[in-house]
Design a protein around this ligand. Structure first.
Ligand code: CA2
Length: 153
């Protein structure tokens, strides 16, 4: 599926829009999915949108993206950003561009959020743009893989 982008979301992001709106806003994960599908459509890309609270499941999906020859991976690893060498290793093994997204600005929060293992495998990191960061990530990925922008003349 060379025209498919995997959008992977880590633990607790299923709660988006239900708690901590001052940090993460009021949009739900369903809103994020819609945003991603709209952004991807503009470039003729399809989206596999997934969320899991389990590290191994996220790793299996990264490997699935590789096996299915996905165009790229947009990932918000949530709390695993700051802990998971295993997710980093899975992303390093992937032969497709990776963009890391965070809804909040991880550099202006608690010190433990400032370090990301995943960044080592990411071609770009988008942090602190709210859920719009996902659309930005898909647009950036589309440029990286040379997808055509159907909104342009
Ligand atoms: O800003 C982001 O997108 C984060 O990846 C979100 C993670 C956090 O651990 C990272 O440091 C930054 C937390 C996701 C939890 O999401 C919730 C959303 C609403 C309510 C409760 C949790």
């Amino acid at each position: 599926m060379p025209n498919t982008v995997y959008v992977l979301n880590g633990p607790n992001l299923n709660l988006l829009g239900t708690r901590e709106p001052e940090i993460y806003g009021r949009a739900t994960l369903a809103d994020v999915e819609r945003l991603c599908r709209d952004a991807a459509r503009q470039y003729g890309l399809a989206v596999e949108f997934r969320q899991s609270n389990h590290e191994g499941q996220i790793i299996d999906w990264i490997q699935e993206a590789g096996a299915r020859k996905a165009a790229g991976v947009v990932i918000n690893p949530a709390g695993y950003t700051h802990t998971s060498i295993a997710i980093l290793d899975a992303l390093l093994a992937l032969n497709a561009p990776v963009i890391e997204v965070h809804i909040s600005d991880i550099n202006s929060r608690e010190p433990f959020r400032r370090h990301s293992y995943v960044s080592q495998a990411a071609r770009a990191v988008i942090s602190g743009q709210g859920i719009d960061g996902y659309a930005r990530a898909i647009a950036d990925l589309a440029v990286m893989i040379g997808a055509k922008d159907h909104a342009k003349a």
